[in-house]
Design a binder for this molecule. Structure first.
Ligand code: BES
Ligand code: ZN
Ligand code: ZN
Length: 504
């Protein structure tokens, strides 16, 4: 997509669609529609001799978020159509409102096969948030909303998005606009990469393929990347990780990617992503219904790789290390069995009660490996527990950890980036559920709060470093598309963590 910055009246700008927004309560006492002068609405209404006003009054267009009205201009102005969208209530207007408007617009643009879209981004006291953030959010929504996963379809049925040009009408400095656009593009592309990886079936998205993608990104973007194969993983004594991998004929990999800022970083963040490329449950086999979704059990790993791709160019002032254990969880003659006991890298013994609680077992070694590099913070991201969906549903990421300040920061950046998170307690009273067995730890707890049990298990491997755990099991796949989130893998966690890293 080309981004053109234009200093002109929107009524004279050529485009397939000119987009204007309107808040709720958009009429004055004399029932005159209050278009936003600053956003070009007034100018378009004037050029169309009040037609837009009439339409809003006649059709009782409220201006709620999601309201859209497309008007054909039949050559009376330079734009072929005017798209009026609702901005919602002025007091509720946020970056997320614009992200959703961008997502909705991208769908409509494609439906009518429009190639160019024009809209105004101007400084104005009527908007609570800055022009740069409004522009960034809209572009994020536009790119995220235009995502499609059709590479397995017949070539002829694959159709790209029609939009080629976004005409941004503004008097703002070009450099400020370009920086906002660049951020948005990097963040959205990182999310879309994670979506692509998650949507790709496990026959193609193998551990080896994940390593290839990580290496490729690293060499293109100037990151370092070390991929350990079976023998190196063995010599690192990651026996917990290996105990899960050994049931599959796909060889496991352990990936370590590294970003270092130019000037010496004061802070070092370790990201750890669960990379189970298919979770059959192992010997504790999952029921067949919905098992196909278990190709997405590497969405934590995909998020981390997406983040590293963007980090390389966004260049936050923190050092970022990414650790990814990737393997398949399969039942076979060589698979781990319930009742088996394995010794993790940090020497703690784990009694495997369910081979389906495999994520925490591979993360155990990845977390202790990450902890040994002495980061200031460890953040892991994993499709860890189906229970998370029962606790908080499909629109919230579950977050737990041992440091409230870190958790609060991540929740805050989640809010800014349009990813909702809900904290669950890391309740130490429940720990006895995972310590009561014949080994140091059991890999399942004894409460109904499986998400908390899972996090309590992980806590045993972070060596008291400040740590947060994002359980994305409930949000990694979306069953029905909404605004900028299409059906399928969502790329959950990418935006929150990128915003978090950029905020140091
Ligand atoms: N990969 C699953 C979690 C999952 C479930 C992700 C649904 C996405 C959608 C994980 O490995 C798992 O199987 N967890 C078990 C834990 C249980 C055995 C303690 C679960 O959720 O039931
Ligand atoms: Zn499992
Ligand atoms: Zn799993």
């Amino acid at each position: 997509m080309k981004f053109n910055i234009i200093k002109k009246d929107i009524a004279t700008v050529k485009a397939d669609i000119a987009l204007i927004g309107i808040y709720e309560e958009n009429q004055d006492n004399n029932h005159k529609v209050k278009f936003l002068t600053e956003d070009g609405g007034a100018s378009l209404d004037k050029a169309l001799k009040g037609e837009l006003s009439k339409l809003i009054l006649q059709e009782e267009f409220k201006g709620s978020v999601g309201d859209e009205k497309l008007v054909f201009t039949s050559g009376r102005i330079s734009a072929k159509h005017v798209l009026i969208v609702g901005f919602g209530k002025k007091e509720d207007f946020s970056a997320e409102t614009l992200r959703r408007i961008g997502g909705n617009a991208s769908k409509l643009v494609n439906e009518i096969k429009a190639k160019s879209l024009a809209l105004v981004f101007q400084d104005s006291p009527i908007h609570k948030i800055s022009t740069a953030i409004r522009l960034q959010s809209f572009v994020e929504g536009l790119i995220l909303g235009s995502y499609k996963f059709d590479k397995y379809k017949d070539k002829e049925k694959q159709e790209g998005h029609t939009l080629t040009d976004l005409n941004i009408i503004t008097y703002k400095q070009q450099s400020i606009c370009n920086a906002a656009i660049k951020k948005a593009v990097l963040i959205a592309n990182a999310t879309n990469l994670a979506r692509d990886m998650g949507n790709t079936p496990s026959i193609d998205m193998t551990p080896t393929e994940i390593a290839k993608i990580a290496k490729n990104i690293a060499s293109k973007k100037g990151l370092s990347c070390n991929v350990m194969g079976l023998s190196k993983i063995k010599s690192e004594k990651m026996n917990a990780f290996l105990s899960i991998a050994k049931g599959s004929s796909e060889p496991p990999v352990f990936i370590h990617m590294q970003y270092k800022p130019k000037t010496k970083a004061k802070t070092k963040v370790a990201l750890v992503g669960k990379g189970i490329t298919f979770d059959s449950g192992g010997i504790s086999l999952k029921p067949p219904k919905g098992m196909e979704d278990m190709k997405d059990d590497m969405c934590g790993a995909a998020a981390v790789i997406g983040i590293m791709q963007a980090v390389a160019e966004l260049k936050p002032p923190v050092a970022v290390d990414a650790f990814i254990p990737a393997c398949e969880n399969m039942p076979s003659g060589s698979a781990i069995k319930p009742g088996d006991i394995v010794k993790a890298r940090n020497k703690k013994t784990i009694e495997i009660i369910s081979t389906d609680a495999e994520g925490r077992v591979i993360l155990a070694d990845a977390l202790s490996y990450a902890a040994a590099t002495k980061p200031d913070y460890i953040i892991d991201i994993a499709t860890l527990t189906g229970h998370c969906a029962y606790a908080i549903g499909e629109r919230y990421i579950g977050i737990l950890g041992n440091n409230q300040e870190l958790i609060d920061k991540i929740i805050g950046r989640g809010k800014d980036s349009g990813e909702k998170m809900w904290q669950l307690p890391l309740e130490q009273e429940y720990k006895k559920g995972i310590t009561k067995g014949i080994a140091d730890l059991r890999n399942t707890g004894s409460t109904k709060a499986g998400t908390i049990d899972g996090a309590l298990f992980l806590e045993e491997f972070v060596d008291k470093i400040k740590w947060a755990h994002l359980d994305i099991a409930s949000v990694s796949i979306c069953s029905e598309s909404h605004s900028y989130t299409p059906k399928g893998c969502t790329g959950a966690g990418v935006r929150s963590l990128l915003y978090f890293l950029m905020n140091f």
